[in-house]
Ligand binder design. Structure first.
Ligand SMILES: Nc1ncnc2c1ncn2[C@@H]1O[C@H](COP(=O)(O)OP(=O)(O)OC[C@H]2O[C@@H]([n+]3cccc(C(=O)O)c3)[C@H](O)[C@@H]2O)[C@@H](O)[C@H]1O
Ligand SMILES: Nc1ncnc2c1ncn2[C@@H]1O[C@H](COP(=O)(O)OP(=O)(O)OP(=O)(O)O)[C@@H](O)[C@H]1O
Ligand SMILES: NC(=O)CC[C@H](N)C(=O)O
Length: 662
């Protein structure tokens, strides 16, 4: 068993020899012999082949299948993990289509198929009896009584496995639905599902949606092309899904890749059982149906030799370094389009509650966040039929404003047809320092100090000069000016809120914040998307220039060459790390150790060493807890994704909770 709740599943459709159990057992053992997995799943009736027809009536075939099962069971004495294989089994006076679970050298239990397809190309009812209330609780195999029934769950470490067989999944209420409510988190399907046009997509959708509905892993293995092709062709489609997402799938006949005939299909995937457990706890409605469940389930604990439990350390699961930014271009564009539409729709509705053409005030810094808010506002006023002039885009240069962002801001305002204004806030700030008797960055000021003289002195300060009041006064003056101008559109993004990287009651406050649920790592892609799809020409190129600007609050003076000195990421750590932590901390509820482990498996844009990653995570956790008081009074704004920090909707936490133990 891996650490951190990682459970490895190998799903395989080995070569099949119709009606030759010994050959099939041999092929299975050859196929899975070197596989190191917690669970190996093989197809429906894999020991005989699914397409044996009336040969299922042959004693020779049935005895051979039982012998094949014993061989596979024996092989698990020397291997890690459980194996689940399909075979025909005599139960009382009938023949049943079953899945046998073997582990640690023994047969742990047998689960029969509940729903037999006997329509169109299928006629299982001719050979088998479905599971039913009269089924025995045990069945004799090679002189041993083995647990038998659809009420069996198999526990291996943190995994609780339930089994269904092919058609079971294609019914309105698959048996795995009840089993999941009874505690199963790994649902297994042994299948023989032939390929016809469009069926693979349907099968994949069923697997994905059942894994999502049951908040579980779902492993599906269909018979391979070695089955008889008298009438049907089987593709060997193996799929593993986890809570609605496909984690991996094998090749299959008809997948459009050559060569078309592959004897053996398989896929190996790592499932995250801790993530599933977290999601089940969070979705409180998940087991509301529990008291309507039929008879209780029997749980069989699988025993394996302790010496064989050590697992490989290389994770097969892809750990996305940028969970908020899809790496595939098409998916990224689709996501940006959807998010931009949600942001605009949120604002359009809010506008509908205001007197027409109320001034919408936005502070335009030339940075990414305010640009995105402006673009959303443009979309919203256009859609609401308000004139663009109702947007009041105001630049408010201060002591730290650089020419680069100032120029971007001016050009942005010019090229969008909004009402523009520029208010130099420095005199107001100087007056405020006087009133507060505050020495900005330690500099002496008196009645002779002018904005120009103060700016000169500020520009000569060393790079490490710091003064929080100096920064906050500028931010608060800007907000005061905006608030007296109209309905203020907030610009702060979700990552800033997570870290508390905003001045309380300044850029933290607004009347509506369209960026409230946008992670920082996605902002530049949203701006680029808008540039490419809605605002082409000159404005489009300007937006691309803005998208390339370093992230900075520009509250401290620029460096002597006029460039941005205060780089946010060098103060608080890289946003790509913070967004990674935010996703796993809030969305998945993972521990510090688990987040560090996942970070060690991800490929970030920058090559951070483990010390930097750990230190940045500590900074994230400390800031996240310390700054809940800011999040507890944020303005309304649209949620766009599963991760959201709204104190009304998604993340309710006392402001005085300590993060010491996290
Ligand atoms: N704020 C945000 N801004 C931009 N992107 C954001 C984001 N939060 C998550 N994302 C991204 O969205 C993607 C999908 O997120 P992930 O956490 O995997 O989301 P997932 O659990 O797969 O759910 C996808 C969507 O379906 C919804 N869902 C799923 C299952 C059940 C229910 C229900 O109501 O019962 C709803 C869920 O709320 C979410 O909106 C990820 O790439 C994630 O990083
Ligand atoms: N020079 C400025 N002129 C007008 N508004 C400003 C100026 N500087 C900051 N603001 C306003 O304050 C908000 C927060 O500024 P800050 O620079 O701290 O954050 P930011 O997240 O980097 O924002 P942006 O990416 O928009 O610069 C900005 O989004 C903007 O609305
Ligand atoms: N073996 C089965 O139960 C096959 C039936 C299933 N509906 C399929 O076509 O894949």
């Amino acid at each position: 068993m891996f650490q951190h709740g990682i459970f490895r599943i190998h799903a395989a459709a080995p070569p099949t020899v119709i009606a030759d159990p010994a050959a099939n057992a041999e092929a299975i053992l050859n196929s899975i012999g070197n596989i190191d997995a917690d669970l190996t799943v093989l197809p429906e009736l894999a020991l005989t082949g699914y397409t044996c027809g009336d040969l299922f009536g042959s004693d020779t075939l049935l005895i051979g299948a039982a012998e094949g099962l014993m061989r596979i069971a024996e092989s698990t004495r020397a291997r890690r993990g459980a194996v689940i294989v399909g075979l025909p089994l005599v139960v009382g006076d009938c023949l049943m289509n079953v899945a046998a679970v073997v582990c640690g050298g023994t047969i742990a239990g047998v689960v029969p198929k509940s729903f037999l397809p006997t329509y169109r190309e299928f006629y299982e009812g001719r050979h088998f009896r479905p599971a039913g209330p009269a089924d025995p609780a045990t069945v004799a195999i090679a002189g041993q009584d083995i647990a038998f029934g659809t009420d069996l769950l198999f526990r291996l470490g943190e995994a609780v496995m339930a089994i269904e067989i092919c058609e079971d999944l294609w019914t309105p209420i698959p048996p795995s639905s009840n089993a999941s409510v009874a505690g199963a988190n790994v649902l297994v399907n042994l299948s023989a599902s032939n390929e016809t046009i469009g069926k693979a997509a349907w099968r994949r959708d069923l697997v994905k949606s059942q894994s999502g509905r049951c908040i579980a892993a779902y492993a599906y293995v269909s018979s391979g092309p070695g089955e008889s092709t008298s009438d049907l062709v089987f593709g060997g489609h193996c799929l593993v899904a986890e809570n609605g997402s496909l984690i991996g799938q094998s090749r299959r006949i008809g997948d459009g890749r050559s060569p078309e005939w592959v004897a053996e299909m398989s896929v190996t995937c790592d499932i995250d059982l801790q993530r599933l457990a977290h999601d089940r706890r969070v979705v409180g409605s998940f087991d509301d149906v529990a008291d309507q469940l039929k008879p209780s389930y029997r749980t069989i604990k699988l025993i394996q030799d302790a010496a064989k439990q050590a697992a490989p350390q290389t994770l097969l699961r892809y750990v996305d370094a940028h969970p908020f930014v899809p790496s595939e271009e098409g998916e990224l564009a689709e996501r940006c389009g959807e998010i931009f539409a949600i942001q605009s729709a949120g604002l359009i509705k809010r506008l509908s509650c205001l007197p027409k053409s109320t001034p919408l005030a936005i502070g335009i810094s030339g940075g990414l966040d305010s640009t995105l808010a402006l673009l959303v506002a443009l979309k919203a006023v256009d859609a609401a039929g308000w004139p663009r002039e109702s947007i009041h885009a105001i630049t408010m240069p201060g002591f730290g404003t650089t020419d680069h962002t100032r120029t971007s801001a001016d050009r942005l305002i010019e090229s969008t047809g909004v009402t523009g204004d520029c208010i130099d806030i420095r005199q107001l700030c100087l007056d405020t320092f006087h009133s507060l008797r505050h020495r900005p960055l330690g500099l002496e000021i008196d009645e002779h100090t002018t904005v120009a003289s103060l700016q000169r002195q500020l520009n000569q300060l060393p790079d490490d000069a710091a003064d929080l009041t100096f920064e906050n006064v500028q931010a608060r003056i800007r907000t005061m000016l905006l608030m007296n101008r109209g309905f203020v559109l907030g610009t702060g993004d979700m990552s800033e809120q997570a870290l508390g990287w905003a001045t309380y009651n300044a850029d933290h406050m607004s009347m509506y914040n369209v960026n409230t649920s946008i992670p920082k790592t996605l902002v530049r892609f949203l701006v680029r998307y808008a540039a490419d799809h809605y605002f082409d020409g000159q404005l489009g190129s300007l937006l691309h220039r803005i998208a390339a600007t370093p992230i900075s609050p520009e509250l401290l003076p620029p460096a002597s060459d006029g460039t941005i000195r205060q780089n946010t990421e060098s103060s608080i750590g890289a946003y790509e790390l913070h967004d990674f932590f935010l996703y796993h901390f809030v969305r998945n509820g993972f521990t510090r150790d688990k987040i560090l482990y996942l970070a060690s498996q991800a490929t970030f844009d920058q090559p951070y060493d483990s010390v930097t990653i750990a230190a940045t995570l500590d900074q994230f956790i400390t800031r996240f807890f310390r700054n809940q008081f800011k999040r507890n009074c944020v303005p309304d704004g649209p949620k766009v994704g599963s991760v959201s920090l709204s104190p009304r909707g998604d993340w309710r936490m006392p402001s005085d909770a300590g993060g010491g133990s996290f």
